[in-house]
Design a protein around this ligand. Structure first.
Ligand SMILES: *Cc1c(COP(=O)(O)O)cnc(C)c1O
Length: 355
């Protein structure tokens, strides 16, 4: 059996999807199931659809195309504000597109007209996280101006992204700001708009029933696929974290010094490594590396193991404190973080196994 491998538990993902879909439904929230972590994996996407999630979202058009080609029913939302060079395909494959640039929106409008497609636009607003979006102070006027110029594409609502670049948390305060802008625009445009308010990091507002009144959309990936919230730094208590399991094989077992011998330069990734002198330690090398995982995102199921470091193809784990007698050829199992899962799904060297 080939290693390393990622064991994907479709049933646990299904149960997470079922819970989140129900929770959103009860709160009048449209849930978009985000598949980008999985590179638009059709099997996982199908599970999300089966759990009742109506719309799927992905940041990469290539992933959406893959879902379409694998007969996964839409509608699809394109999450990353698109490149001009991909707009033709974006209009063909996506039904709803997040945008922040007038220039992009106007080209979408033209292409939508050409294909006679009723494309929905969500205008992104930056309320402080400093990733995409029109700066909130300028957003109302810019959106009104854009609305006048659009002939075909429809502004369905406004959106924001939080917790991704600046790590800014979704709060009642920044949600209220979104609602204020939405109310202003609704009055000026005389139509109802939605607030595409959040990702996994915004779930706590929903849990604590703190969301200001309005019609929302939540775009969720991490919580569905991992049951965690990286921005809030927590396991989500009502979701399963047993969705993904990474297995890697041991290729060397030996006792070595915990401090390298010789002059220290930088490591393979250009970092200056740091070592604590613990004397001689029993360590294993796993046949997996930075190309496939993030070493600090590996959480061993054996809590006595300590992941020390990784280079592109090797990961070193200290096993001195374990009661298990690990040998060459044995396999070590890990739960993984969002960042680590992103690498594992992306790496062609990690076998994907569905159970
Ligand atoms: C990735 C992404 C999401 C989903 O975020 P999670 O933290 O995985 O829930 C939502 N919106 C946008 C724009 C994204 O790029």
């Amino acid at each position: 059996m080939p290693y390393p491998r990622l064991i994907i538990n479709l049933n646990e993902i299904y149960l997470n999807a079922l819970k989140l879909q129900k929770m959103c439904e009860e709160n009048n929230i449209e849930l978009v199931g985000v598949t980008k972590l999985t590179l638009g994996d059709p099997k996982i996407a199908l599970v999300l659809k089966k759990a009742g999630i109506k719309k799927l979202g992905d940041s990469r058009l290539k992933n959406i195309k893959k879902l379409v080609e694998n007969n996964i029913p839409g509608p699809f939302q394109l999450l990353r504000i698109p490149m001009i060079s991909e707009l033709e395909e974006a209009v063909i494959y996506a039904d709803e597109i997040l945008v922040s640039e007038e220039k992009t929106a106007l080209i979408i409008d033209k292409i939508a007209q050409k294909y006679d497609k009723n494309v929905q636009l969500i205008l992104m607003i930056d309320v402080g996280d400093l990733r995409e979006g029109i700066w909130y102070e300028e957003a109302p006027q810019k959106i009104l101006k854009l609305h006048q110029k659009l002939k075909f594409a429809n502004i369905r609502g406004i959106g924001t992204n939080l917790g991704c670049f600046g790590g800014v948390l979704p709060t009642v305060k920044n949600m209220n700001l979104m609602i204020e802008i939405k109310d202003y625009l609704e009055e000026k445009l005389d139509k109802q708009l939605i607030v595409s308010g959040g990702n996994t990091a915004a779930l706590n507002l929903l849990e604590e029933k703190k969301l200001p009144k309005g019609i929302y959309q939540y775009r969720i990936g991490e919580a569905l696929l991992l049951g965690t919230d990286a921005t809030g730094h927590r396991d989500i208590p009502y979701l399963s974290q047993n969705t993904l399991l990474l297995e890697a094989e041991i290729i060397e077992v030996d006792y070595k010094s915990s401090v390298p011998i010789g002059e220290i330069g930088r490591d393979a990734m250009g970092r200056i490594p740091h070592f604590e002198d613990k004397g001689w330690r029993k360590r294993v090398i796993l046949a997996i590396g930075e190309q496939d995982i993030l070493p600090n995102g590996l959480k061993s199921l054996d809590p006595t193991l300590e992941v020390l470091h990784a280079s592109s193809d090797h990961t070193i784990v200290d096993i001195t404190d374990s009661t298990t007698n690990y040998d060459v050829g044995d396999v070590i199992k890990f739960r993984i973080s969002y960042g680590c899962a992103l690498r594992a799904f992306t790496s062609p060297f990690v076998e994907k196994i569905y159970i």
